[in-house]
Design a protein around this ligand. Structure first.
Ligand code: FES
Ligand SMILES: [Fe+2]
Length: 345
């Protein structure tokens, strides 16, 4: 496992819940092979390794709520304890060492979240109220694999300035590149931006208007965005989270929630989000350095970049190393003259 003290102690998205069934699947998280599967009790995440001969448990199956190794049929219960060794008589004691590593695992917002430290509570998960709000309809965009570092991918989501260029004609308009002044502040447990007016199309339907964008940096791998059309009350919200497989391989999971066009097909919103991420991918996959520089002197920043400045600063404060370029000293003061304020809102 890649030793990152921040991400190994955080809820990490691993997959959409719908892809975790009684048929086990393997997901790579921070370089560690994890097996995800479902039993009557719910969803489970184990280290994808059988203690007997090192087979991948994800190649096996679930029988009687136990995960059965594909190689010699050892059976592991929901606690990761081996409860059956077919090669020995049932009365023989199973050695206590015969177990696999079980990780924290919960299902929320249609996503499976894994806690590699086994120390977190469900309440440590970021809040996304739209998911259970009956005024909204939420769809999950198809998982999208990017060959890029997770922090680079998240920062791209938090970047308001690129809409007019990378998404010209889909979300943004190159005739409206100007980003008005805005602030970013610390609110309880996350960074939140002011409402930023952007001339944009919320969902590539061809309806451009001034939308008010609010970004929230919830966790190192999870963020959210709310776009509000004040003229008609339409809101499009997103929960954006990434599965950090390796330093340079990341899967994007994005929930898109809308309180309008409820009769529009969910497929439209899945396709729409997929198109947007396909526009982002070639840019993000070609950024250099591949890792996100946390030294604020390493790249040039504008006032329009305040959300990403806050993100980089926060990652530096938390002490993240995964997917981050920490070669330079992380400066305490932002020298753009437009420092991010960390005050309660
Ligand atoms: S390797 Fe798993 S049962 Fe033998
Ligand atoms: Fe984008």
């Amino acid at each position: 496992m890649i030793q990152d003290k921040v991400l190994t102690h955080d809820w990490l998205a691993a997959a959409y819940a719908e892809s975790v069934t009684y048929k086990p699947i393997q997901v790579m998280l921070l370089g560690e092979r994890i097996v995800l599967f479902r039993t009557k009790e719910g969803v489970h995440a184990f280290k994808d390794l059988c203690i007997h001969r090192g087979a991948a448990l994800s190649g096996g199956k679930v029988v009687n709520d136990c995960l059965v190794c594909p190689y010699h049929g050892w059976e592991y219960n929901a606690d990761g304890k081996c409860v059956k060794i077919p090669q020995q008589p049932p009365e023989r004691v199973i050695p206590p060492k015969a177990k696999t590593v079980k990780y924290g695992c919960i299902e929320k917002y249609g996503i499976i979240w894994v806690d590699l430290s086994n120390s977190l509570k469900e309440t440590d998960l970021p809040d996304y109220g739209e998911f259970s709000d009956s005024d909204f309809k939420t769809v999950g965009a198809p998982p999208y694999v990017m060959h890029a570092a997770a922090p680079r991918v998240v920062e791209n989501f938090l970047d308001v300035s690129h809409l007019a260029f990378v998404h010209d004609g889909s979300l943004g308009d190159h005739n409206y590149p100007l980003i008005p002044n805005y602030r970013v502040y610390w609110k309880g447990n996350r960074y939140v931006s002011d409402e930023i007016p952007v001339y944009a199309d919320a969902d590539a339907t061809g309806n451009y208007a001034t939308l008010y964008y609010t970004y929230e940096i919830l966790r190192p791998t999870t963020a959210r965005l709310k776009k509000v059309n004040r003229e008609n009350g339409e809101i499009l919200s997103m929960l954006f989270t990434v599965v950090p497989h390796h330093e340079r391989k990341t899967t994007v999971l994005a929930l898109v929630s809308r309180n309008y066009n409820l009769d529009q097909s969910d497929e439209y919103y899945k396709d729409f989000q997929n198109i947007i991420i396909m526009e982002d991918a070639p840019v993000v996959e070609n950024q250099r350095p591949e890792e996100l520089p946390l030294d604020l002197q390493a790249e040039l920043h504008l006032p329009a970049d305040r959300v990403s400045i806050a993100y980089r600063k926060w990652l530096g404060e938390l002490g993240i190393t995964f997917g981050s370029d920490v070669s330079g000293k992380v400066k305490k003061n932002v020298t753009t003259g437009e420092s991010v304020t960390r005050t309660e809102a």
